[in-house]
Design a protein around this ligand. Structure first.
Ligand code: FE2
Length: 286
C-alpha cells in the first residue's frame, strides 16, 4: 500500500464528494477521512453510503457535525441512548443554522447510517507501510471534547509555535510521523518548524495565488497536515480540497477540484428551511 487519499469535512455535499472520489478512483490504495461526513449540506445519505461502501481500506474518525446529526437522530428514537452526546450541545455553542441542518440530516438518514456515525472513533492511530498516523478531527488533545471540537489552525490564523505545541500536547502524538486533522476547512502542511504550504489564507498575506495541484516533497520528519474541506472550503478557494500522499515516491500533493456548485445551490433552494434561507449562512460558507 503506497498511495493514500486524504479528505475531510464532506458536510453532506455529494456533488463535491463524487468528483473527488471519481478522481481518486484508480490512484489510491487507501482512503483517510478526518470527520464531518455530514451536517450543513443536503445529501447526507449519498455521502454516507459512498463512504461506508468504499472498496479500499479506510481510516475514519468522528467530526463535531457527525456528533450533532447522530444526536438528533437518536433523539427521535430514544433520548436516553444519546445522553453521552448531550454535553456537546451543553458545552459548545452551535450556530442555529448548523443545528437546523443537524435535524434535517437526521431526518434523512437511516439506522444503518446512524450506526456508522455512532461507531466513528474520536481518534485513530494506525500504520501504513513504515509510517505511523494519528487521525483526529479537531486537536490531538487528552480531552475528549477537544479532539472533536477544538480548532488547530495554522499561521497566519495562529502562531506556528502554538500550532506545533498544541499538536504535540497529547503524548500519544509524540512519536507519530503524520498527524492529520480537519475541522478548520483550511488546508496546510507543517514539517517540523516550518509551514511548507498553506491555503489561500496565506495567499492573502503573500499576495500570490497557489495553483493546484501543488506538489511537495514529502519529508521523513514529522508532519501536521490538514487536507482542507471537500464540501465546504473556507480558505478562499471554493473548490473541493484534498490531498494525495505517495509514500513510495515521497510526494504530497494538494488538489482542488471544481464541482457543480449550481446544482448544490438548486438543492439548497428547494430544501433549505426558511429560517436559514435568507441568512448569510450559505454565502459565508461557499
Ligand atoms: Fe467541518
Amino acid at each position: 500500500m503506497v498511495t493514500v487519499g486524504i479528505i475531510s469535512d464532506i458536510h453532506s455535499n455529494y456533488f463535491a464528494l463524487e468528483v473527488v472520489l471519481e478522481f481518486l478512483n484508480d490512484k489510491i490504495d487507501a482512503l483517510i477521512c478526518a470527520g464531518d461526513f455530514v451536517g450543513y449540506g443536503f445529501q447526507p445519505t449519498e455521502c454516507l453510503e459512498a463512504m461506508m461502501d468504499y472498496s479500499l481500506p479506510t481510516y475514519y474518525c468522528l467530526g463535531n457535525h457527525d456528533v450533532g446529526v447522530r444526536y438528533e437522530f437518536c433523539q427521535q428514537i430514544d433520548p436516553k441512548i444519546c445522553r453521552k452526546d448531550l454535553k456537546f450541545f451543553l458545552l459548545k455553542k452551535v450556530r442555529p443554522a448548523a443545528k437546523t441542518m443537524f435535524t434535517r440530516n437526521a431526518q434523512d438518514i437511516s439506522e444503518a447510517h446512524y450506526h456508522f456515525l455512532e461507531n466513528l472513533p474520536l481518534f485513530f492511530e494506525f500504520r501504513i507501510g513504515k509510517r505511523s498516523f494519528h487521525l483526529t478531527h479537531g486537536t490531538p488533545s487528552k480531552k475528549e471534547m477537544d479532539k472533536v471540537v477544538r480548532y488547530l489552525p495554522a499561521p497566519p490564523i495562529q502562531p506556528l509555535r502554538q500550532t506545533i505545541d498544541r499538536a504535540n500536547e497529547f503524548s500519544g502524538t509524540k512519536k507519530v510521523d503524520i498527524i492529520i486533522i480537519g475541522h478548520t476547512h483550511q488546508r496546510f502542511f507543517i514539517n517540523r518548524d516550518r509551514v511548507q504550504g498553506w491555503s489561500h489564507i496565506g495567499d492573502r498575506y503573500s499576495n500570490k495565488l497557489v495553483r493546484y495541484p501543488k506538489e511537495f516533497n514529502f519529508p521523513r520528519d514529522k508532519i501536521i497536515l490538514n487536507p482542507g474541506a471537500v464540501g465546504q472550503p473556507r480558505d478562499g478557494n471554493s473548490d473541493a480540497s484534498f490531498v494525495i500522499l505517495d509514500l513510495e515516491d515521497s510526494k504530497l500533493t494538494f488538489h482542488s477540484l471544481q464541482y457543480s456548485r449550481e446544482k448544490f445551490y438548486q438543492i439548497a433552494k428547494q430544501k433549505c428551511p426558511p429560517s436559514i434561507q435568507d441568512s448569510t449562512f450559505w454565502e459565508i460558507n461557499f
